[in-house]
Design a protein around this ligand. Sequence first.
Ligand SMILES: [Zn+2]
Ligand SMILES: [Zn+2]
Length: 388
Amino acid sequence: MNEWFDKIPVEEMIEWRRHIHQNPELSFKEYNTAAYVKEKLRSFGQIEIAEPTETSVLGILKGDFGGKTILLRADMDALPMQEESGLPYQSVVANAAHTCGHDTHTAMLLAAAKVLSGMKHQLHGTVKFIFQHAEEVNPGGAKSIVDSGLIDDVDAVIGLHIISNLDAGSINVHTEGPATTAADGFFLNIQGKGSHGSMPQKGIDPIIVGVQMINEFQTVISRYATPGEMAVLTVGEFKAGEAPNIISDKAYMSASVRTVNEETRQRIAQRIKDIVDKTCQIYGASYDLDYQFSYPSVINDKNLSELVMKSAKEVLGAEMVREVPIISASEDFAYYRQIAPISFVQLGGGTAADGCGFANHHPKFMIKEDSLISGVKTEVQSVLNFLK
Ligand SMILES: [Zn+2]
Ligand SMILES: [Zn+2]
């Protein structure tokens, strides 16, 4: 057992977590949470505080000896939904709930900051702690943190995400390459020309235009994505028409597009735009296409991810640490790669057997609080190994 295990403020951490859980704030509105985090960081001593944006907090801990700089990241925002966990510390805010576990990320990072601030005199290098706002809403908070210039000196970034349905306290790492997908999408209005159902020659049927496009979209993945590389295009919504004898004047569709490779992502977007444009041209329809690029894919650095895995094994035992495949979720943590190698790691929050069988973003999402101790141990040990 490492001597610093005793220094993990377990009870306080649970108290912080429950406080944040009960008082969730939505993306870009994390004012009270940020103030709470600042107050705690100040109470630890040793940590300088900066404010990259209105609702984010950066803690800076300079070790007594020179060395590299590492950034640990937690996000702090809640989701616009009603919590149904039934927990005694359930959200007291209408239509806001910590159903993605960002409350636990914040509490774990505070605990890691407290432990590490007690080691200032042994540290070779600097540890930065970013309490990030707005992960859940495009364009996300990570980009503005990167653009703030306050983390330009960072040599590595580690982020932990708690996930239910994974063994409580386990550390799950995809060590190399894309760990999440880029989740883009589009919203398309097709303007045709209405007519009587018996007189198609006088109209422009937007249903036909839409159907042709949807058929053509089926070639996008098979012909324009690289074989073996994950890519998905789903038209999830297609609406048009009112009655059997009326040619509708408009149609609407929306779709999601997931990719893992930036070049493929751009190629597919262009192909979709071309199909929409040319198909409308053929039929004489017009259109309004809103193509939305969301977060890019999180690309894990191999060396850094291996360091996190090794660190987790040292503090949790090898049986608690696993290599996992890519997950088809998306995360704005991806943007930190613009400044340094990154590693995004999943912390098991407990399974159905622990009463934690509901997925992240479900109104009954729950995690086993013991898992947080594994998260803090992994964060601290990874920092110590990185700065060694
Ligand atoms: Zn989420
Ligand atoms: Zn999340």
